[in-house]
Design a protein around this ligand. Structure first.
Ligand code: XUL
Length: 541
């Protein structure tokens, strides 16, 4: 039975998962995580990021990622618990947007890695920039404005690339490097994403970028999955020849380089193009057709969905990336997630059981009592300063405030995802708060769709392993449907929470009322008092 390995290089750690995929048995064989701060302390990272005097600058070490990869492959070889000869293919996932800058000599180094010496020793002279900007970097506002202006504004850039200019996106980061260190930029032969850099180390040759991660650069024509000349020109001179090629997300880019074969005893398994952690998580969460949505309830709440068409968010706050299925995916982030739930819980001296009880004891629609929960500046919709508002809601009514915060979050997610154009048919819920069934019931009722809780685990590395399985099948002449690829790893139907038809009706009526309260808070549009009264009267009938 073949085994597939998926790696995930996140901000703070490198994780690996090995899965066994047979007709009768499909299961996770091995999982392991190396924390950068703990396993490789001599790079000096804190939570995976190098110290910086400028709080807007966030970088990490490309050599550290290479050393982590070397170590992880050693761990898999010795402790993976499977015969290495069964490893059919390997792929990976990486934090999006981060970039690695290589000198021309890197091409030769990659092609002739010596299995007797550690990877880092051989790579050390290959960089034109020792540190790599990562997705938390916010230091490129000036470059965002320049790129956006050159391309006809935010809306035009979003239509072309799937997102307006964002500070962490690779294009603005490359422009900043070109402007501040023109000579080092000139000496740079290849600019990789974290994903294509690590794939290059596995294959021993420069790896391509897939449209999932390529869409996080403000450089790719989203519809054509090709580099967009106008965006390249607006970013830095001579950029095209420094970028890897773009290839389909199921491309087998080569075989494990002799370095891995001789050093650790791996077979020359297929190496499949890597992707970003969000596209990989989509697959790991079992989202493989339009109408399937994943909602992660974490510090921030995120909603990601598969889309058949490359639509873009007219408000400019969300992103559209390529999906590993060849479709598109939306990524919408809500900053006031757990943060807001915890604020309400703590303000009323509750624990999570008390929070759940409050949800059970209050009716759907909360008798028209509404909270706008921007305890911190919000990403979706754009709110620059904290702004908490209550409509018909007493601040000291614990139960009503608990229901109000959860209903507000679900309403906002439903309202701000309609632009994706796909009716929500099912939701896979992950993240810490997905353990709370009362919260998930509100989600099911607001979206009028069943909610399937996902088992905790690293969906990005699992998604990478499943992508490896899919690419291997295609490469061997089979074309298995994606449902079959994720079967056995996707959530089980028994665990689903079904929408309650009466509550669905209540929320259908509440939605325009919530939207009016939000618009009132945001833009000072007319007071929604009349709408609220009409809603309350209708609920009492
Ligand atoms: C997405 C983003 C993050 C990183 C985290 O746009 O910046 O999700 O991919 O690893």
């Amino acid at each position: 039975m073949p085994v597939y390995v998926g790696l995930d290089c996140s901000t703070q750690s490198l994780s690996a998962v090995a899965i066994e995929v047979g007709t009768a048995r499909r299961r996770v064989l091995f999982e392991h995580t190396l924390s950068f701060d703990e396993a490789l302390p001599y790079y000096g990272t804190k939570k995976g990021v190098l110290p910086s005097t400028d709080p807007l600058v966030m970088t990490s070490s490309p050599l550290m990622w290479a050393e982590a990869l070397d170590r992880m492959m050693g761990v898999i070889a010795t402790n993976g618990g499977f015969e290495l000869a069964r490893l059919a293919a390997i792929s990976g996932s990486a934090q999006q947007h981060g970039s690695v800058y290589l000198h021309a000599s890197a091409t030769g180094v990659l092609a002739s890695l010596d299995p007797a010496r550690p990877l880092v020793e051989q790579l050390a002279g290959s960089f034109t920039r020792d540190s790599s900007p990562v997705w938390m970097d916010a230091s490129t506002s000036a470059q965002c404005t320049e790129i956006s202006t050159a391309l006809g504004g935010d809306a035009a850039l979003a239509r072309l690339t799937g997102s307006r200019a964002f500070e962490r996106f690779t294009g603005p980061q490359i422009r900043k490097f070109y402007r501040s260190e023109p000579r080092a930029y000139e000496r740079t032969d290849r600019i990789h994403l974290v994903s294509s850099y690590l794939a290059s180390l596995l294959a021993g040759a420069h790896a391509p970028i897939d449209p999932g991660d390529g869409a996080g650069m403000n450089l790719m024509d989203l519809r054509r999955a090709r580099w967009a000349d106008a965006a390249l020109d607006a970013t830095a001179p001579g950029l095209r020849k420094k970028l890897p090629d773009l290839e389909l997300p199921w491309t087998v880019i080569g075989r494990l380089a002799p370095y891995w074969v001789r050093r650790y005893g791996f077979p020359p398994s297929k190496v499949v193009v890597w992707s970003g952690d969000n596209p990989c998580s989509l697959i790991g969460a079992g989202i493989v057709r339009p109408g399937n949505v994943a909602i992660s309830l974490g510090t921030s709440d995120t909603l990601f969905a598969l889309m058949a068409e490359p639509r873009v968010d007219p408000a400019g706050t969300a992103h559209v990336f390529g999906a590993p299925t060849g479709d598109y995916m939306s990524l919408i982030c809500f900053r006031n997630g757990s943060l807001a739930r915890e604020r309400v819980r703590d303000a009323h001296g509750l624990d999570w059981d008390g929070f759940s009880r409050a949800l059970r004891e209050t009716p759907a629609g909360n008798r028209g009592r509404i909270l706008i929960p921007w305890f911190e500046p919000e990403i979706t919709p754009t709110v620059l300063a904290p702004d908490v508002r209550r409509y018909g809601l007493e601040p000291d009514d614990a139960a009503a405030n608990v229901r109000a915060v959860v209903e507000a979050q679900m309403m906002a997610m439903a309202i701000h995802s309609t632009w994706t154009g796909n009716a929500v048919e099912r939701i896979h819920a992950t993240g810490g708060a997905a353990r709370n069934r009362e919260i998930l019931q509100v989600m099911a009722d607001v979206f009028a769709a069943p909610v399937y809780p996902l088992e905790a685990g690293n969906s990005a590395s699992l998604g990478a392993a499943l992508r490896a399985a899919h690419a291997d099948a295609l490469d061997s002449g089979h074309a298995p449907p994606w449902d079959d690829i994720v079967a056995g790893f996707a959530p089980l139907p028994d665990a689903a929470l079904r929408p309650d038809p009466r509550n669905v009706e209540v929320y259908r009526a509440l939605r325009p009322v919530y939207a009016a309260c939000e618009a009132h808070s945001l833009h000072g549009t007319p007071d929604p008092a009349l709408l609220l009264t009409a809603f309350r009267e209708r609920q009492q009938r």
